[in-house]
Design a protein around this ligand. Structure first.
Ligand SMILES: [Zn+2]
Length: 62
């Protein structure tokens, strides 16, 4: 479950999950506004930060 950083809609299921160093990354595409964002969790499974995709900028801190 992850809240969209753009419109605050809840998106229950990540489209993709993978490991990135010590982090677990969950990628979402918001079903409400189509924003693509990624949530990063540390090795203890704790939420760490979110990046969102901005046109022309790539992934930036949400
Ligand atoms: Zn959204």
């Amino acid at each position: 479950m992850a809240k969209c950083p753009a419109c605050k809609a809840e998106n229950p299921t990540p489209t993709k999950t993978w490991k990135y160093g010590a982090f677990t990354v969950e990628a979402y595409t918001c079903k409400n506004c189509q924003t693509q964002y990624r949530e990063y969790y540390n090795k203890d499974g704790k939420y760490s930060f979110t990046l969102k995709l901005e046109k022309g900028k790539g992934y930036i801190k949400a």
